[in-house]
Design a protein around this ligand. Structure first.
Ligand SMILES: N#[N+]C[C@@H]1[C@@H](O)[C@H](O)[C@@H](O)[C@@H]2O[C@H]12
Length: 446
C-alpha cells in the first residue's frame, strides 16, 4: 500500500443530524423535542435561529442523496429524531415518522450508500424532559424501548448503529453550562446524565444482540479534544490528564470496556456521581463492535485551582477555525492512537471531523481552500494512525451540508456543500469537489 493511500474498502462518508438538517420538526404527527423548545425560547440561540426549516431535508432528502452519489460517498451517517417516532417519547407510535426514515434508508441503498444510523443526536422528546429527561433513571428503559423498536423496523437494511452522539456534550453543555438543551446548570445533574446515558447505551447494546441483526454492528460516538499540558510541570500534566479523563473518550469507554470510571474521576469527582452508581457498573460493561471518534481541535491545559477538576484551557497561538478552535491535526493522531492503546477496539470510525470557515459564494462557487487544508492535514494524521496500528475503518466528514449549528444557529458553516438558506439551493464547495477526489483516489494526494 503506497504510504499515501488508505486501505482498500476504507469507508468514506459524511455526517449530519436530524434536528440540524431536517426542518419540519412537528410535521406528520411528530412531537416537539427539547431542541425545538430550547431554540424557540428567546435568547438561547444566535439570532433566535431554530430548526423549523434548517436544510429542509425532510422534503429534499432525495435531492441530497443524489448529491451524496455525485460526491461518490459510500456511506452516510444520519440520526433518527426520537420524537418523530414516539411523539411523547414512549407509548404512541407515529407511523409517518417511521415512514420517513424507511424512505430515507431505501433511497440510500438504491444509491449504494451504506447507512450509519445514530439513534440519539440530542433531540430528546420534550415530553420526557417533563419527566426529568436524562436525569431520570427510567430513561434507560424509555431509550432502550425506542432503540429496540428502530432495530425491528430498520434492522433488515441498516447494519451499522450508533447509540449516542457525544454524550459528554449532552451531559455538560446541556446540563452544566446551560448552553444547549435542556439549558440546565447543575453539575450533579450532569454526572447523573453521564451515568444514565451509559446505562441506556448498554441496555440497548444487549437489546441489539437479542435482535440478532444479520451482520449488525453497534457502537457509540464520543467527542474529543486533544489536551496537552501547558508546561512540563507536574501540576499542568495532572490537569491535562484529568481534563482528558473528564471530557474525552475515557469517561465512557472506561465504564464500557473496564467496568469503572477513570481513576481521576473516581478520585476527584465521585461526589457528583449518582448514589450507589457502582451497582450499575457491571451491567454497563458490555462489549461494543466499534468506537466512533469525533475530533475537531486540541488545546493546552494549565493547572488552575479555581476551575473544575483544577485545570483551564489556554491557547498556543495556532490558526483557528470560525468557531475559534485552534487547528491541531497532531491531536487527531494522539486521540486515535490513545483509544487503540487503551481499549484496543475491534474497529474505529471517525464519525465526525471538519471545520467551520467564513464561506462566501463567489461567481456561483465557494472556494474554501482553508477547509481543504484542514481536511487534508487531518486525513494525513488519520492515515498515520492506521499505519501505526489503529483499526480505523472509515471517515465521516462533518458535515455534508451547512446546517443548524445548535446555539450558533446558522452563523457557522461546516458543510462541504453550501446551503443558501433563503432559496435552499445547494452549492458543492471546492472542499466537496476535493473530498470527491479523495474518495475516488482513496488518498488525499492526487
Ligand atoms: N460544533 N460543532 C460541530 C459538530 C456539531 O454540529 C455536531 O452536532 C456535534 O456532534 C459535534 O459538535 C460537533
Amino acid at each position: 500500500m503506497s504510504e499515501k493511500v488508505f486501505p482498500k474498502d476504507f469507508m468514506w462518508g459524511a455526517a449530519t443530524a436530524s434536528y440540524q438538517i431536517e426542518g419540519s420538526p412537528l410535521a406528520d404527527g411528530a412531537g416537539p423535542s427539547i431542541w425545538h423548545k430550547f431554540s424557540h425560547t428567546p435568547g438561547n440561540t444566535y439570532n433566535g435561529d431554530t430548526g423549523d426549516v434548517a436544510d429542509d431535508h425532510y422534503n429534499k432528502y432525495k435531492e441530497d442523496i443524489a448529491l451524496m452519489k455525485d460526491l461518490g460517498l459510500n456511506a452516510y451517517r444520519f440520526s433518527i429524531s426520537w420524537p418523530r417516532i414516539f411523539p411523547y417519547g414512549k407509548g404512541k407510535i407515529n407511523e409517518k415518522g417511521v415512514d420517513f426514515y424507511n424512505r430515507l434508508v431505501d433511497e440510500l441503498l438504491k444509491a449504494d450508500i451504506t447507512p450509519f444510523v445514530t439513534l440519539y443526536h440530542w433531540d430528546l422528546p420534550a415530553a420526557l424532559q417533563d419527566l426529568g429527561g436524562w436525569t431520570n433513571r427510567d430513561i434507560a428503559y424509555w431509550y432502550t424501548d425506542y432503540a429496540d423498536y428502530m432495530f425491528q423496523r430498520l434492522g433488515d437494511r441498516v447494519k451499522n448503529w450508533i447509540t449516542l452522539n457525544e454524550p459528554w456534550v449532552m451531559a455538560f453543555v446541556g446540563h452544566f453550562m446551560g448552553e444547549h438543551a435542556p439549558g440546565m446548570k447543575d453539575l450533579y445533574a450532569s454526572f447523573s446524565v453521564v451515568h444514565n446515558q451509559l446505562r441506556a447505551h448498554s441496555k440497548t447494546v444487549k437489546a441489539f444482540r437479542e435482535e440478532n441483526i444479520k451482520e449488525g454492528k453497534i457502537g457509540i460516538t464520543l467527542s474529543n479534544s486533544s489536551h496537552d499540558p501547558a508546561t512540563n510541570s507536574q501540576e499542568d500534566k495532572d490537569a491535562a490528564r484529568l481534563a482528558h479523563e473528564w471530557t474525552n473518550y475515557p469517561l465512557f469507554l472506561n465504564p464500557i470496556y473496564k467496568g469503572e470510571y477513570p481513576s481521576g474521576i473516581k478520585e476527584y469527582a465521585s461526589e457528583f456521581l449518582p448514589h450507589n452508581y457502582e451497582n450499575d457498573l457491571e451491567e454497563i460493561k458490555e462489549k461494543i463492535d466499534f468506537v466512533g471518534i469525533n475530533y475537531y481541535s486540541g488545546d493546552l491545559v494549565k493547572a488552575d485551582t479555581k476551575s473544575f477538576l483544577g485545570g483551564k484551557t489556554v491557547e498556543r497561538g495556532l490558526p483557528k477555525t470560525e468557531m475559534g478552535w485552534e487547528i491541531y491535526p497532531e491531536g487527531f493522531y494522539k486521540i486515535l492512537k490513545g483509544v487503540q492503546n487503551e481499549y484496543n477496539p475491534k474497529e474505529v470510525y471517525v464519525t465526525e471531523n471538519g471545520a467551520a470557515f467564513d464561506d462566501k459564494v463567489v461567481n456561483q462557487g465557494v472556494h474554501d481552500e482553508d477547509r481543504i487544508d484542514y481536511l487534508k492535514k487531518h486525513l494525513e494524521q488519520a492515515l498515520r494512525a492506521i499505519q501505526n496500528g489503529v483499526t480505523l475503518k472509515g471517515y465521516f466528514v462533518w458535515s455534508l451540508l451547512d446546517n443548524f449549528e445548535w446555539a450558533w444557529g446558522y452563523s457557522k458553516r461546516f458543510g462541504i456543500v453550501y446551503v443558501d438558506y433563503k432559496t435552499q439551493k445547494r452549492i458543492i464547495k471546492d472542499s466537496g469537489k476535493w473530498y470527491s477526489q479523495v474518495i475516488k483516489n482513496n488518498s488525499f494526494e492526487f
